[in-house]
Write a protein that binds this ligand. Structure first.
Ligand code: MTE
Ligand code: HPA
Ligand code: MOS
Length: 776
């Protein structure tokens, strides 16, 4: 009924009218207490003493708590290496050292300042090169991804180019800062409302911090005002702070970080500094490639090992690499602990090869598109560097389709003419591609669950393991259920995610929220439908629907002869039909369950990183984008004149929502590679901690002409209703803006070597332009 339709986002109306409830919109509880966080003012050193006297003397202060008040001292998404509150070792500037409680919200920051930290400062490690000099890393890939013979590949190459690709981090800049409300229930039980992509992890970290078994904690997530990966792991300690105070005072608590605090305390996208050596022939065909990825993990492991791996998995981009070696390491520094961010390392890997291709184009003085087209996965060249075959490959059709529809050739020659006029402005055009692997690379996370409860009036309350952060997962699940029962989407509500309804959930991440939880929801519906199908067949065979019969229907099964449509259930062969509501009531009076729970795991996955074999991804979401930019040679000012996006989303469950994801992700990606510049003081303190100094794209920065189109692909049989995941892949297409800048600069290059860093801020553009003009 509603699969493939543009039904409105289930929270659309309440978002625009301001009636959606985020954590801080929850009505105050009686006796509620506010929590604040005291952070370190050095990046590295020892915490010698916490002086609380002045804070405790404040009339609105109810308490100061430290690591001594925690039952578990550490947490961590993969390794438990991160202090919930610093015990002794301070590892980054603005690391949480203590928490305070106040009965007056307006006094929280005042009380925070009254807590004095006595510390002994040590020399921090603030850059990747400093960490490399110390050989201090959180994770090193056990084995490089390699294919063919790179030595021979280089010997066969006419040209060899060596260089670097350097990209910065990125602040998540979600609209809702990290936040939690904790409510002590009875007998040591705690209910936590969190802005978290991972309610189960939040439940566990809270329980461990409190020293209670997991079953005493329930974590509820209604929605987030954005997560973008920043609330996959790092929402958990925030909820623990709220819960600790709630438990100490036996009062409900609320902890809402200010934007400044959030930006200073929480981790960001990983900066990378990658080195490469590429061998190619006179046409630009890549014959050999060696890439070494170096990430800045920040102070703790968090998700850095998985992120480094995903970067390695995406260093091939859309291109077949016959001979290659991709290695990686994630260094430990005294920056805040970097974490998941849309693309999860994929963008940092993918952009490396797109940058290399621009370098080859500049070196050979050729158009980069020709080089891209020459190297893409095509025909029998579909084996990735990690041994997985690229099936259902849409790349050639995407490349050729967009090349034509965006008029690339003509626009390129116009750009050449424009640039020859020497107006003080230079233009560039470039295509970037994405081939994003869909699945958590940690196999165990590829599981989802759903609980579907059919009510007697034929409406549904459903709960799944997925969390809503704006991406529309609830709307997609609504559509899946609507289609299954033949009822209208408005008759289905996807309820808050709660660990008491869906247990041991995976984070809503890796773009697979609707894939795995949607598949579970469909299966849960089918369980109920199977029982209703058995019952309806009995009714159609003559048993009165309100007869008192003893039915032994536990399992039931679907029957293609029985269809659920337009609030009716029909038997195709006999033409008989009954109102769904009547059938549901008959089931209820006959004591047949109207609820369904299902657990789903993505089949066939399993990659072994020690042997580099097995299937890492269920399938790939692919797409291409062409961007045209104009750069001012005197100011470095950038305008994105036009971007065209062409993506394969299989058969989209909701093309409208997907279009929103594509445009949003593109603009977020574009921000990462242009204006979003994180600046730190020598002390390690983040200087760009508010919108006044950290520049995300606004409406004027978006492409003046912006086209989005989807290719038809009905063949993605391995996902629910043949759809494809959309959340992260288009983020990688925003990098076409950066490669287009690089292309523009190449018109003024007297150098064979380009060094443009990301983000290409005005300063960076001017610096690189100067260097290129000087032929250095
Ligand atoms: N869209 C909105 N509006 N807000 C978000 O926080 N997060 C992105 C993406 N789209 C995000 C978003 C990230 S990082 C992921 S992994 C996916 O949504 C997660 O949701 P999904 O798996 O349901 O697509
Ligand atoms: N993607 C996103 N989040 C994750 C992953 C992944 O592959 N693994 C663990 N968390
Ligand atoms: Mo998204 S970075 O996988 O939460």
């Amino acid at each position: 009924m509603s699969i493939g339709k543009n039904i409105a986002h289930d929270s659309g109306a309440s978002h625009v009218t301001g009636s959606s409830i985020f954590i801080d919109d929850r009505v105050d509880s009686i006796n509620e207490v506010f929590v604040g966080i005291v952070t370190s003012k050095i990046a590295k050193g020892k915490l010698l003493n916490i002086k609380m006297k002045r804070a405790l003397a404040h009339k609105n202060c109810l308490g100061v708590y430290t690591s001594k008040d925690l039952a578990a001292k550490k947490w961590g998404a993969i390794f438990h290496d991160q202090p919930i509150l610093v015990e002794e070792d301070i590892s980054y500037f603005d690391e949480a050292c203590a928490i305070i409680a106040s009965d007056d919200r307006s006094k929280v920051l005042e009380i925070v300042k009254l807590v004095e930290l006595e510390t002994k400062e040590e020399k921090p490690t603030l850059t990747i090169s400093e960490a490399r000099a110390l050989d201090d890393y959180v994770y090193k890939a056990p084995k490089p991804f390699s294919q063919g013979d790179i030595k021979k590949g280089f010997e066969d190459s006419e040209h060899i180019l060596e260089g670097e690709f350097i990209c910065g981090g990125q602040e998540h800049f979600y609209m809702e800062s990290q936040a939690a409300v904790a409510i002590p229930v009875e007998n040591g039980q705690m209910q936590v409302h969190a802005s978290s992509q991972h309610p189960s992890e939040t439940q566990r970290v809270v329980a461990e911090a409190l020293g209670v078994p997991f079953h005493k904690v329930v974590c509820v997530v209604k929605r987030m005002g954005g997560g973008f990966g920043g609330k996959e792991s790092q929402a958990a300690p925030i909820a623990a702070y709220a819960a600790i105070v709630a438990s100490k005072l036996n009062r409900p608590t609320r902890l809402i970080l200010t934007k400044d605090e959030d930006m200073k305390i929480t981790g960001k996208r990983h900066p990378f500094e990658n080195t490469y050596k590429v061998g190619f022939d006179k046409d630009g065909r890549i014959l050999s490639l060696k890439v070494h990825l170096q990430a800045d993990a920040g102070a703790y492991t968090d998700l850095s090992s998985s992120i480094l791996e995903r970067a390695m998995f995406h260093t091939d981009g859309a291109y077949y690499l016959e001979n290659c070696e991709i290695s990686g390491i994630s260094y430990r520094t005294n920056n805040s602990s970097n974490t998941a961010y849309r693309g999860f390392g994929g963008p940092q890997g993918n952009m490396t090869i797109e940058s290399i291709i621009e370098d080859i184009a500049n070196y050979l003085n050729k158009d980069a598109y020709e080089i891209r087209r020459l190297n893409i996965y095509e025909g029998d060249k579909t084996l990735t560097p990690y041994g997985q075959e690229l099936e259902n490959n849409m790349l050639p059709a995407l490349f050729d389709g967009l090349y034509k529809s965006c008029d690339y050739q003509k626009r390129l020659s116009e750009i050449e003419k424009f640039n020859n006029l020497k107006t003080g402005k230079i233009r560039g055009i470039s295509m970037s591609a994405t081939k994003f692997g869909i699945a958590f690379t940690a196999r165990f996370l590829n599981q989802g669950s759903a609980l579907v409860n059919l009510q007697l009036d034929a409406t549904v309350q459903a709960s799944t393991g997925a969390t809503e952060m704006g991406q529309g997962v609830n709307t997609k699940i609504q559509q899946i259920i609507s289609h299954a029962f033949g009822i209208e989407p408005k008759d289905i509500i996807v309820m808050s995610t709660s660990t008491e309804k869906n247990h041991n959930t995976s984070p809503t991440a890796a773009s697979s929220g609707s894939d795995i939880n949607g598949a579970a929801a469909l299966d849960a519906c089918n369980k109920i439908k199977g029982r209703l199908t058995e019952l309806v067949k009995l009714i159609f065979s003559g048993v009165e629907s309100d007869a008192i019969i003893e039915l032994e229907i536990k399992k039931g099964s679907l029957d293609p002869d029985i269809v659920f449509e337009n609030n009716k259930v029909k038997q195709l062969s006999s033409g008989k039909e009954i109102d769904l509501k009547e059938l549901i009531n008959s089931a209820y009076f006959n004591r047949i369950s109207l609820g369904g729970y299902s657990h789903y795991k993505t089949p066939g996955l399993g990659f072994c990183k020690d042997r580099i074999e097995g299937k890492a991804f269920n399938y790939y979401t692919q797409g291409v984008a062409v961007s045209e930019v104009q750069v001012c040679e005197y100011t470095g000012d950038l305008k994105v004149l036009r971007s065209d996006i062409y993506m394969d989303l299989g058969r989209p469950l909701n093309p409208g929502i997907d279009k929103g994801q594509v445009t949003g992700a593109f603009v977020q990606g574009m921000g990462w590679v242009t204006t979003e510049n994180l600046v730190y003081a020598d002390s390690g303190e983040l200087k760009t901690y508010s919108p006044t100094t950290y520049k995300i794209p606004n409406i004027q920065d978006t492409p003046r002409v912006f086209n989005v189109d989807f290719i038809t692909n009905n063949d993605n049989e391995c996902n629910v209703h043949r759809s494809k995941a959309v959340g992260e892949p288009p983020f990688l297409l925003g990098t076409s803006v950066w490669t287009a800048i690089k292309h523009a600069l190449s018109y003024r290059a007297d150098s064979k070597q380009m060094n443009l860093k990301s983000p290409a801020t005005g300063e960076e553009i001017l610096t690189e332009l100067q260097r290129l003009k000087n032929g250095k």
